[in-house]
Design a protein around this ligand. Structure first.
Ligand SMILES: C[S@@+](CC[C@H](N)C(=O)[O-])C[C@H]1O[C@@H](n2cnc3c(N)ncnc32)[C@H](O)[C@@H]1O
Length: 279
Protein backbone atom coordinates (compact mmCIF):
# COMPACT_ATOMS: atom_id res chain seq x y z
CA UNK A 1 0.00 0.00 0.00
CA UNK A 2 1.43 3.40 -0.84
CA UNK A 3 1.42 6.31 1.58
CA UNK A 4 -1.78 7.86 0.25
CA UNK A 5 -3.62 4.57 0.37
CA UNK A 6 -2.50 3.94 3.95
CA UNK A 7 -3.59 7.45 4.82
CA UNK A 8 -7.00 6.99 3.25
CA UNK A 9 -7.43 3.68 5.02
CA UNK A 10 -6.37 5.24 8.30
CA UNK A 11 -4.11 2.28 8.93
CA UNK A 12 -0.85 4.06 9.38
CA UNK A 13 0.56 7.27 10.66
CA UNK A 14 -0.45 10.16 8.47
CA UNK A 15 2.41 11.62 6.49
CA UNK A 16 4.42 10.72 9.49
CA UNK A 17 7.68 12.26 8.49
CA UNK A 18 5.89 15.51 7.72
CA UNK A 19 7.95 18.33 6.43
CA UNK A 20 5.78 20.86 8.25
CA UNK A 21 6.94 19.93 11.71
CA UNK A 22 8.24 23.16 13.31
CA UNK A 23 11.97 23.67 13.71
CA UNK A 24 13.45 26.11 16.18
CA UNK A 25 12.88 29.26 14.14
CA UNK A 26 12.17 32.53 15.90
CA UNK A 27 11.60 34.42 12.65
CA UNK A 28 8.23 32.76 12.07
CA UNK A 29 5.36 32.66 14.55
CA UNK A 30 4.52 29.32 16.21
CA UNK A 31 1.18 28.42 17.75
CA UNK A 32 2.69 27.45 21.10
CA UNK A 33 4.38 30.85 21.43
CA UNK A 34 1.41 32.89 20.12
CA UNK A 35 -0.78 31.15 22.68
CA UNK A 36 1.84 31.82 25.37
CA UNK A 37 1.63 35.54 24.48
CA UNK A 38 -2.17 35.56 24.70
CA UNK A 39 -1.90 33.93 28.13
CA UNK A 40 0.46 36.70 29.29
CA UNK A 41 3.62 34.54 29.15
CA UNK A 42 7.15 35.65 28.29
CA UNK A 43 8.24 32.70 26.15
CA UNK A 44 7.63 34.31 22.77
CA UNK A 45 9.51 36.30 20.13
CA UNK A 46 8.81 39.35 17.97
CA UNK A 47 7.28 37.27 15.15
CA UNK A 48 4.95 35.55 17.61
CA UNK A 49 3.91 38.85 19.19
CA UNK A 50 3.22 40.40 15.78
CA UNK A 51 0.97 37.50 14.76
CA UNK A 52 -0.73 37.45 18.16
CA UNK A 53 -1.38 41.20 18.08
CA UNK A 54 -2.72 41.12 14.53
CA UNK A 55 -5.14 38.40 15.54
CA UNK A 56 -6.21 40.45 18.57
CA UNK A 57 -6.78 43.47 16.31
CA UNK A 58 -9.07 41.35 14.11
CA UNK A 59 -10.80 39.66 17.04
CA UNK A 60 -10.06 40.76 20.62
CA UNK A 61 -11.89 37.65 21.84
CA UNK A 62 -8.85 35.47 21.06
CA UNK A 63 -7.31 36.46 24.40
CA UNK A 64 -10.50 35.64 26.28
CA UNK A 65 -10.66 32.36 24.41
CA UNK A 66 -7.11 31.36 25.31
CA UNK A 67 -7.67 32.07 28.98
CA UNK A 68 -11.08 30.40 29.08
CA UNK A 69 -9.56 27.40 27.32
CA UNK A 70 -6.88 27.04 29.99
CA UNK A 71 -9.54 27.17 32.70
CA UNK A 72 -11.57 24.56 30.83
CA UNK A 73 -8.51 22.28 30.82
CA UNK A 74 -8.15 22.56 34.60
CA UNK A 75 -11.87 22.07 35.23
CA UNK A 76 -12.05 19.04 32.95
CA UNK A 77 -8.98 17.38 34.55
CA UNK A 78 -10.31 18.19 38.02
CA UNK A 79 -13.68 16.72 37.16
CA UNK A 80 -12.15 13.52 35.74
CA UNK A 81 -9.78 13.11 38.68
CA UNK A 82 -12.34 13.80 41.40
CA UNK A 83 -15.64 12.75 39.87
CA UNK A 84 -14.59 9.91 37.58
CA UNK A 85 -11.52 8.59 39.41
CA UNK A 86 -9.29 8.90 36.35
CA UNK A 87 -5.61 8.44 37.16
CA UNK A 88 -4.07 8.37 33.66
CA UNK A 89 -3.94 11.26 31.19
CA UNK A 90 -2.54 11.45 27.65
CA UNK A 91 -2.28 15.20 26.99
CA UNK A 92 -1.68 15.88 23.29
CA UNK A 93 -0.56 19.38 22.27
CA UNK A 94 0.93 20.30 25.62
CA UNK A 95 2.01 23.85 24.87
CA UNK A 96 4.50 25.88 26.88
CA UNK A 97 3.83 25.22 30.58
CA UNK A 98 1.32 27.62 32.12
CA UNK A 99 -0.71 27.69 35.31
CA UNK A 100 -2.48 24.47 36.32
CA UNK A 101 -0.79 22.02 33.97
CA UNK A 102 -2.54 18.68 33.66
CA UNK A 103 -0.20 16.76 36.01
CA UNK A 104 -0.43 19.47 38.67
CA UNK A 105 -4.22 19.39 38.72
CA UNK A 106 -4.41 15.59 38.55
CA UNK A 107 -1.69 14.92 41.13
CA UNK A 108 -3.16 17.51 43.53
CA UNK A 109 -6.23 15.25 43.61
CA UNK A 110 -4.44 11.88 43.38
CA UNK A 111 -0.63 11.95 43.75
CA UNK A 112 -0.30 8.59 41.99
CA UNK A 113 -1.69 10.00 38.73
CA UNK A 114 0.29 9.36 35.55
CA UNK A 115 0.48 11.88 32.75
CA UNK A 116 2.08 11.65 29.31
CA UNK A 117 2.49 14.93 27.46
CA UNK A 118 2.96 15.07 23.68
CA UNK A 119 4.00 18.01 21.52
CA UNK A 120 6.06 18.44 18.35
CA UNK A 121 7.43 21.94 18.86
CA UNK A 122 11.10 22.17 19.93
CA UNK A 123 10.24 25.17 22.10
CA UNK A 124 7.82 23.06 24.09
CA UNK A 125 10.45 20.32 24.31
CA UNK A 126 12.86 22.86 25.78
CA UNK A 127 10.35 23.49 28.57
CA UNK A 128 9.57 19.83 29.13
CA UNK A 129 11.76 19.54 32.21
CA UNK A 130 9.33 21.83 34.06
CA UNK A 131 6.57 19.41 33.17
CA UNK A 132 8.50 16.35 34.26
CA UNK A 133 8.64 17.45 37.90
CA UNK A 134 6.21 14.75 38.89
CA UNK A 135 4.97 14.08 42.35
CA UNK A 136 6.99 11.10 43.68
CA UNK A 137 3.98 8.83 43.83
CA UNK A 138 3.04 9.46 40.21
CA UNK A 139 4.76 9.55 36.85
CA UNK A 140 5.07 12.14 34.09
CA UNK A 141 6.60 11.58 30.67
CA UNK A 142 7.02 13.83 27.64
CA UNK A 143 6.97 12.64 24.02
CA UNK A 144 8.41 14.79 21.24
CA UNK A 145 6.10 13.38 18.55
CA UNK A 146 3.70 14.75 15.94
CA UNK A 147 0.03 14.01 16.74
CA UNK A 148 -0.31 12.59 13.23
CA UNK A 149 2.18 9.87 14.19
CA UNK A 150 -0.57 8.37 16.31
CA UNK A 151 0.77 4.81 16.36
CA UNK A 152 4.14 6.03 17.62
CA UNK A 153 2.44 8.04 20.37
CA UNK A 154 0.40 5.07 21.54
CA UNK A 155 3.46 2.85 21.48
CA UNK A 156 5.68 5.24 23.44
CA UNK A 157 2.93 6.28 25.88
CA UNK A 158 2.48 2.65 26.87
CA UNK A 159 5.83 2.87 28.71
CA UNK A 160 4.07 5.05 31.28
CA UNK A 161 0.34 4.43 30.88
CA UNK A 162 -1.44 1.12 31.36
CA UNK A 163 -3.80 0.92 28.40
CA UNK A 164 -5.83 -1.83 30.07
CA UNK A 165 -7.04 0.82 32.54
CA UNK A 166 -9.06 3.97 31.75
CA UNK A 167 -7.16 6.90 30.25
CA UNK A 168 -8.28 10.47 29.59
CA UNK A 169 -7.29 11.46 26.05
CA UNK A 170 -6.88 15.23 26.06
CA UNK A 171 -6.84 17.24 22.83
CA UNK A 172 -7.05 20.79 24.12
CA UNK A 173 -6.71 23.46 21.45
CA UNK A 174 -4.67 21.27 19.11
CA UNK A 175 -7.08 19.78 16.56
CA UNK A 176 -7.36 23.10 14.71
CA UNK A 177 -3.71 22.46 13.77
CA UNK A 178 -4.68 19.23 11.97
CA UNK A 179 -5.93 19.85 8.45
CA UNK A 180 -8.92 17.93 7.13
CA UNK A 181 -6.65 16.02 4.72
CA UNK A 182 -4.74 14.67 7.73
CA UNK A 183 -7.96 13.08 8.95
CA UNK A 184 -8.39 14.56 12.46
CA UNK A 185 -11.54 12.49 13.10
CA UNK A 186 -9.59 9.35 12.20
CA UNK A 187 -6.78 10.31 14.58
CA UNK A 188 -9.24 10.79 17.45
CA UNK A 189 -10.97 7.49 16.63
CA UNK A 190 -7.62 5.68 16.64
CA UNK A 191 -6.72 7.15 20.05
CA UNK A 192 -10.10 6.18 21.51
CA UNK A 193 -9.84 2.67 20.02
CA UNK A 194 -6.66 2.17 22.03
CA UNK A 195 -8.26 2.83 25.43
CA UNK A 196 -10.76 0.72 27.38
CA UNK A 197 -14.33 1.34 28.43
CA UNK A 198 -14.51 4.02 31.12
CA UNK A 199 -11.90 6.16 29.35
CA UNK A 200 -12.62 9.78 28.45
CA UNK A 201 -12.07 12.16 25.57
CA UNK A 202 -11.59 15.87 26.31
CA UNK A 203 -11.56 18.28 23.37
CA UNK A 204 -11.53 22.02 22.92
CA UNK A 205 -11.48 23.53 19.47
CA UNK A 206 -11.52 27.01 17.90
CA UNK A 207 -15.02 27.57 16.53
CA UNK A 208 -15.87 28.66 13.00
CA UNK A 209 -19.46 29.44 13.96
CA UNK A 210 -19.06 31.84 16.90
CA UNK A 211 -18.43 35.43 15.84
CA UNK A 212 -17.66 33.88 12.44
CA UNK A 213 -16.52 36.95 10.52
CA UNK A 214 -14.13 38.18 13.19
CA UNK A 215 -12.65 34.78 13.93
CA UNK A 216 -12.20 34.11 10.21
CA UNK A 217 -10.38 37.41 9.83
CA UNK A 218 -8.10 36.69 12.82
CA UNK A 219 -7.39 33.21 11.46
CA UNK A 220 -6.56 34.56 8.01
CA UNK A 221 -3.88 36.77 9.59
CA UNK A 222 -2.54 33.89 11.65
CA UNK A 223 -2.40 31.66 8.59
CA UNK A 224 -0.30 34.25 6.80
CA UNK A 225 2.07 34.82 9.69
CA UNK A 226 2.45 31.52 11.53
CA UNK A 227 4.22 28.30 10.77
CA UNK A 228 1.13 26.18 11.35
CA UNK A 229 -2.16 26.42 9.54
CA UNK A 230 -5.36 26.96 11.57
CA UNK A 231 -8.49 25.05 10.51
CA UNK A 232 -11.64 26.24 12.25
CA UNK A 233 -14.53 23.82 12.81
CA UNK A 234 -18.18 24.31 13.67
CA UNK A 235 -20.24 22.80 16.46
CA UNK A 236 -21.38 19.81 14.36
CA UNK A 237 -17.80 18.98 13.31
CA UNK A 238 -16.57 19.16 16.91
CA UNK A 239 -19.53 17.06 18.09
CA UNK A 240 -18.56 14.41 15.53
CA UNK A 241 -15.26 13.82 17.38
CA UNK A 242 -17.41 12.35 20.18
CA UNK A 243 -19.18 9.80 17.96
CA UNK A 244 -19.78 6.58 19.90
CA UNK A 245 -19.09 8.24 23.27
CA UNK A 246 -21.45 9.37 26.04
CA UNK A 247 -21.19 13.15 26.18
CA UNK A 248 -21.15 14.59 29.66
CA UNK A 249 -23.48 17.50 30.40
CA UNK A 250 -23.66 20.17 29.06
CA UNK A 251 -22.44 18.54 25.83
CA UNK A 252 -20.24 20.49 23.43
CA UNK A 253 -20.48 24.03 24.76
CA UNK A 254 -18.42 27.17 24.77
CA UNK A 255 -15.44 26.34 26.97
CA UNK A 256 -16.29 29.00 29.55
CA UNK A 257 -19.78 27.50 29.92
CA UNK A 258 -18.63 23.94 30.54
CA UNK A 259 -19.68 23.22 34.12
CA UNK A 260 -19.60 26.85 35.21
CA UNK A 261 -22.68 28.48 36.77
CA UNK A 262 -24.19 31.00 34.35
CA UNK A 263 -23.73 33.81 36.86
CA UNK A 264 -19.96 33.34 36.88
CA UNK A 265 -19.55 33.63 33.11
CA UNK A 266 -18.24 37.07 32.21
CA UNK A 267 -16.48 36.88 28.86
CA UNK A 268 -17.43 34.89 25.79
CA UNK A 269 -14.94 32.81 23.81
CA UNK A 270 -14.99 31.35 20.31
CA UNK A 271 -13.97 27.88 21.50
CA UNK A 272 -16.07 24.74 21.69
CA UNK A 273 -15.29 22.21 24.41
CA UNK A 274 -16.66 18.92 25.61
CA UNK A 275 -15.95 15.71 27.49
CA UNK A 276 -17.16 12.25 26.49
CA UNK A 277 -16.96 8.83 28.16
CA UNK A 278 -16.25 5.63 26.28
CA UNK A 279 -19.08 3.22 27.15
C1 LIG B 1 -2.66 26.39 21.39
S1 LIG B 1 -1.47 25.31 22.07
C2 LIG B 1 -2.48 24.50 23.31
C3 LIG B 1 -1.71 24.08 24.55
C4 LIG B 1 -2.53 23.37 25.62
N1 LIG B 1 -3.12 22.14 25.12
C5 LIG B 1 -3.61 24.25 26.14
O1 LIG B 1 -4.75 24.15 25.66
O2 LIG B 1 -3.37 25.08 27.01
C6 LIG B 1 -1.36 24.04 20.79
C7 LIG B 1 -0.17 23.12 20.96
O3 LIG B 1 -0.32 22.03 20.06
C8 LIG B 1 0.94 21.76 19.48
N2 LIG B 1 0.73 21.09 18.19
C9 LIG B 1 0.13 21.60 17.07
N3 LIG B 1 0.12 20.68 16.09
C10 LIG B 1 0.70 19.56 16.60
C11 LIG B 1 0.98 18.27 16.07
N4 LIG B 1 0.64 17.95 14.81
N5 LIG B 1 1.59 17.37 16.87
C12 LIG B 1 1.93 17.68 18.14
N6 LIG B 1 1.69 18.90 18.71
C13 LIG B 1 1.09 19.82 17.94
C14 LIG B 1 1.60 23.11 19.34
O4 LIG B 1 3.01 22.98 19.24
C15 LIG B 1 1.16 23.80 20.63
O5 LIG B 1 2.08 23.60 21.65
Amino acid sequence: MNEDARHAAGTDDVRASTADRPSFDVSVAHQARIYNYWLGGKDNYAADRKAAEEAIAAYPGVVTGARANRQFLARAVGHLAVGAGIRQFLDLGTGIPAADNTHEVAQAVAPESRVVYVDYDPVVLAHARALLASNKAGLVDYLDVDLRETNTILDQASRTLDFSQPVAIMLIAILHAIRDEDNPHGIVAKLMDAVPSGSYLVISHVASDIDPEQIASATARLNQLSHQHFTLRDHAQVLRFFDGLELLEPGVARVEEWRVPELEIRDRSAMWGGVGRKP
